[in-house]
Design a protein around this ligand. Structure first.
Ligand code: NAD
Ligand code: GLY
Length: 345
């Protein structure tokens, strides 16, 4: 098992190890010995809830559970208020804890409820998707969506503990696993040439414990440098400005991971000296690198994105593996960048 210590506004450990799901009870006792509300979704519940429930009960905790429908649409005001009502009905206090068992949707929804119920109660993240293990469970961003857009209401609320069991990835649909791989490749391009080389060599048969640990360490470093997302943390948006535009133009039929992969490939073609190096790794993971939307359509969609700030926006530019820069561009520069990102050679 590997342990990564995060020294943000709260200090906590991220533990990564096969079999950790059965040790959740003992691990949770370091955070609370009282009551817990385990929140999961209807896909994850039949797979892992019984195991987690038994481990928590065996450790002497009072265990309540709540299951929400799977999918992004659950990250909404209605399910948020439902969770608050359950927390109140079960009379959880600030010495108890909420546990998010699932992907980024369950993590963000439960996290936001934990951030706001009683002005904040402890949160334990048990991520079960690759994306949630390497990204959303670490760093304290919690949010729900509004009809007007994604993640428009949220709070920074660092977890008290994060437990990643790579064995949980065995039941993940291949497409969901690939989506998570896009974020892993993004992390390698941003911060770690050695991780990039490992991914290039092993493809989807990568060493899960090593790769998850390195991604968590990279995220830890960027979160500790800029917990509240005023600068350095924005590097995590590599490929995301274009990616969000692709998701929007496709009416969300292109998944987030696929869109980020295309966005990363386009930024590589626009700026990286040898874009094929990045494109070939994305292809090895079964991720797309091209879009049929025009540069003009993508620019229009991107400029309605919330990262736009007056007449400029910040983009993450891949100059080298482990050497990406944040650059402010004027809105008029975006379309030419997208056009360059469409071209090969
Ligand atoms: P998700 O939570 O919707 O999970 C994807 C699907 O996989 C769901 O149907 C889920 O039920 C299923 N699933 C989860 N674990 C499984 C398992 N072990 N076996 C089988 N099926 C399983 O999606 P996601 O990709 O994990 O997360 C996406 C969300 O994360 C988005 O809402 C995004 O905004 C958010 N996010 C947050 C942050 C952050 O820092 N807070 C960062 C990135 C993304
Ligand atoms: N995934 C973006 C962030 O945590 O900042």
């Amino acid at each position: 098992m590997n342990t990564v210590r995060v020294n943000a506004s709260r200090t906590y450990e991220v533990k990564i190890g096969a079999g950790l799901l059965t040790e959740i009870g003992q691990e949770t006792r370091a955070v609370t010995t009282g009551s817990v509300l385990v929140v999961t979704d209807e896909t994850v519940a039949p797979l892992y809830l019984a195991k987690v429930y038994q481990s928590l009960k065996a450790a002497g905790l009072t265990v309540h559970t709540a299951s929400v429908p799977a999918g992004e649409r659950t990250k909404c005001v209605e399910y948020y208020v439902n969770l608050l009502s359950i927390l109140a009905a079960k009379q959880l206090t600030r010495t108890d804890a909420a546990i998010a068992l699932g992907g980024g949707v369950v993590g963000d929804l439960t996290g936001f409820a934990a951030a706001t119920y009683l002005r904040g109660i402890p949160l334990i993240q048990i991520p079960t998707t690759l994306l949630a293990m390497v990204d959303s469970s670490v760093g304290g961003k919690t949010a729900i969506d509004l009809p007007a857009g994604k993640n428009l209401v949220g709070a920074f609320h660092q977890p008290s503990l994060v437990l990643c069991d790579p064995d949980a990835l065995n039941t993940l649909p291949a497409a969901t696993f690939r989506d998570g791989c896009a974020e892993v490749i993004k992390t390698a391009i941003l911060f770690d040439p050695k991780l990039f080389a490992h991914l290039r060599e092993h493809g989807t048969d990568f060493d899960r414990e090593y790769v998850i640990t390195r991604c968590v360490e990279c995220k830890r470093d960027v979160v500790c440098a800029d917990e509240f997302d005023r600068g350095e943390r924005q590097k995590l948006n590599l490929g995301h400005t274009i990616g969000h535009a692709i998701e929007q133009c496709s009416h969300f039929t292109v998944s987030h991971g696929q869109a980020v992969a295309i966005g990363t490939a386009m930024m590589a073609r626009a700026f990286y000296p040898n874009p094929e190096e990045i494109e070939s790794v994305l292809r090895t993971f079964g991720l797309p690198t091209e879009t049929s939307f025009s540069a003009e359509d993508l620019a229009n969609a991107a400029l309605s994105d919330k990262k736009r700030d007056g007449g400029t926006l910040t983009v993450v530019v891949p100059r080298a593996i482990g050497g990406c820069t944040l650059e402010r561009i004027s809105v008029t520069e975006l379309q030419p960048i997208l056009e360059a990102g469409m071209r090969h050679g």
